[in-house]
Design a binder for this molecule. Structure first.
Ligand code: AHG
Ligand code: MN
Ligand code: MN
Ligand code: MN
Length: 329
């Protein structure tokens, strides 16, 4: 069975992006460390909340901060990062001056679904890699404001019943499972693809009264079941960890929706574009799925700031096409 390092060597070794391969190995190491920190939190006192808030206005968990430190620590030394953006840092992270800079911009959500971490429900880490537009100068925050189509790699770690790493470099999607005996991620899920059809949707139904009409219509039709216009019964899931929902969709199809709601027009959705929506949309499209705001392909959005939020509807292509059609009527 192929290890992550061997796979990366095969996929990137003989290309002009061998440095990206080295960076991705550093991401893999960071995810192993984050998974270990989560697994041992009950012994180390890393559970629970810190007494700080992040730029998102969220009360940070101690593990949000620990995961962020580990993600930076493992990726800043290798000489391939130009700068970083993190859910947990208000401003762009510039590398310490004594470190060698590389040509890749890293954007990450170091701990996704962190509201679940203290109740032992699956959480993850999400990362996105872009090319710095000008490698002859220090990176600036505006360098990160590239459409998602510009990503050169994206991936996530899922800290679940098993720890997995799922990656795309634009040549399909491949899944790796951590072998605790060797500490290696092994290629267990080559060439992952999303079923175009599904009878399973994921949405936080407690927000129903705030949804816009096309979303309301789509969900109502699913809930109407066999007797309704869809002529089928549907199933619902909601884990509250985007990584877990996206992984389930990669494995058995489905639709994930975090739509905009009419509470706050300034906030067009909860999820963040640079380090949640874009990397997950890249992965989903590479696996044959689709990802939209309802009216626009997410990967084509022009970001206007590093913590911009966006509505997200992604998954099985035929269902996403239906949802988009409802936004046109
Ligand atoms: P994070 O923990 O990184 O802030 O992300 C949480 C996100 C996403 O993972 C999940 O799908 C969504 O928030 C859940 O939102 P609700 O708690 O509103 O259901
Ligand atoms: Mn958060
Ligand atoms: Mn998240
Ligand atoms: Mn997070």
């Amino acid at each position: 069975m192929t290890s992550f390092a061997e796979f990366i060597q095969q996929q990137l070794g003989a290309t002009d992006r061998a440095d990206l391969g080295l960076l991705l190995n550093q991401f893999a190491s960071a995810c192993k460390s984050i998974g270990n920190a989560i697994n041992r939190a009950a012994f180390t006192g890393a559970s629970g909340v810190s007494n700080t808030d992040n730029v998102q206005g969220e009360h940070q968990k101690k593990l949000d901060i620990i995961s962020n430190d580990l993600m930076i620590g493992w990726t800043q030394w290798g000489g391939h990062a130009a700068a970083m953006v993190s859910e947990e840092l208000e401003a762009m992270y510039s590398l310490p001056p004594e470190l060698q800079r590389g040509r890749y911009l890293l954007a990450f959500d170091p701990l996704d679904g962190s509201s679940n971490v203290d109740v032992n429900i699956s959480v993850g880490s999400i990362f996105s890699v872009l090319l710095a537009p000008d490698q002859h100068r220090a990176a600036r925050a505006e360098d990160f404001l590239q459409p998602g189509t510009q990503q050169v790699a994206a991936g996530y770690a899922l800290y679940g019943p098993s720890t997995m790493l799922v990656l795309t470099t634009g040549q399909g999607v491949n899944g790796f499972t951590l072998d605790a005996a060797t500490g290696e991620f092994m290629l267990t899920h080559p060439a992952m693809s999303i079923e175009p059809e599904t009878r399973e949707f994921a949405i936080n139904a407690s927000n129903m009264r705030h949804w816009e009409t096309p979303v309301q219509r789509y969900i109502d039709e699913c809930l109407a079941g066999k007797e309704g216009p869809r002529g089928n019964n549907f199933n619902m899931r909601w884990v509250a960890s985007m990584v877990a929902e996206v992984h389930r969709i990669l494995m058995r199809g489905g639709v994930f929706m975090y739509p905009r709601d009419n509470r706050d027009p300034a906030k067009p959705g909860k999820l963040r574009l640079l380090y949640e929506a874009n990397p997950m949309s890249f992965i989903v499209e590479q696996a044959g799925g689709a990802s939209t705001t309802g009216t626009q392909r997410i990967l084509e959005l022009q970001p206007d700031h590093i913590h911009q939020r966006v509505a997200v509807m992604l998954g099985s292509r035929h269902e996403i096409e239906r949802i988009v059609s409802y936004h046109r009527t």
